[in-house]
Design a protein around this ligand. Sequence first.
Ligand code: UD1
Ligand code: UDP
Length: 375
Amino acid sequence: MRDNPLVLHVLGARPNFVKAAPVVRALDELGVRQGIVHTGQHYDALMSDVFFADLGLPEPIANLGVGSGSHARQTAALLTGLEDVVLEHHPSLVVVYGDVNSTLAAILVCAKLHVPTAHVEAGLRSFDREMPEEVNRVVTDALSDILFATSPEALSHLAREGVDPERMHLVGNPMIDSLFSALPKLDPAPVQARLGVPGRYAVATLHRPANVDDPESARELVDAVLAVAERVPVVVPLHPRGRQRLADAGLVNRENLSIVDPLGYVDFLSLVRGAALVVTDSGGVQEETTMLGVPCLTVRPNTERPVTVTHGTNRLVTPAGLPAAADKALADGSSTPSGELPPLWDGAAGPRIARVIAAWLRGDNLSPAAKGRVS
Ligand code: UD1
Ligand code: UDP
């Protein structure tokens, strides 16, 4: 083992920052040398900088500034930029998060350079290969050396795909750690006052390509959101991806519908905490509403996070089914099938991940294959 090994975290998009913060903090407490590489996949201040500030993440040691593009172009820029960074810094371990293009590119680069990797949020599956994220998940897990799972069913998905159980660790959910840390700061009132949101309201977030990229799907979705706005005022902190197409489909400011810029982490979760209902197609928001006990209607045909349905407040809906589901959720309030949070969603996932990484860096419990690759 190299003296004073370096751990690099590759982060690129909004949900990565939220998942990484508790891991970075816990590794810091264990005295592990580490650095963040920001790929620049997300670059607007409200999609990136605000998260570093809200989550207390340290300045990145590099920002690749890859920006936006088609999958191939963006991934190509990520690959070349990340290869340079890995060759320059010689990390002992690279940690990747979630399922975005930055995650996939980092795993591919490290696999080719024989640099060991860890994947936080391994094993989630929607079984829908039309989702770009599903492709990223499958490839990332196939190439990762250490796999950190947020829920038990992820372990069985990985086992079915032939992952050695010794490489898997059920650690809980670092996105929920971040939420635990933020809880004392979550106050809806000031955000409501600033945005002019009344006492009872719903929050909606929409950005999945399947919902927002095709004009016909966008129109169907917007019609459904407008129907919800007839029942309860809706505020939509709108991701830049869908902005124009959803506006063209009629998602514009009007009575009971407020379209705002994406919100910072603390502001957004404050608003969610006070909401009567959340409508979303986000992955992370399904988990956060489960933790906060806020009814969540996910406008998708599937979810890679079924524990949010079995143990949480989440329900899958079609656009056509959204208004009736909203009526029911608004009448029933929060109800969870099991009354319990998913296992290990206790705010301690970051420290669990850090302990496994620190032990791995010391050379404890290394599989022969992994040992051969640590220089
Ligand atoms: C990406 C992830 C998705 C994740 C989402 C989180 C992939 C394949 N998708 O989707 O899994 O749920 O991030 O938010 O990695 N844009 C800006 N400013 C920014 C960033 C993006 O205006 O700071 C706009 C650009 O027009 C860009 C579009 O959003 O073309 C899409 O951005 P991109 O990062 O490619 O994918 P997301 O839809 O954000
Ligand atoms: N989020 C935020 N501001 C917003 C919308 C979302 O801070 O306006 C946070 C949300 O609380 C969660 C993360 O961003 O922590 C989820 O990101 P997103 O929905 O973009 O990605 P996904 O989870 O779908 O990959």
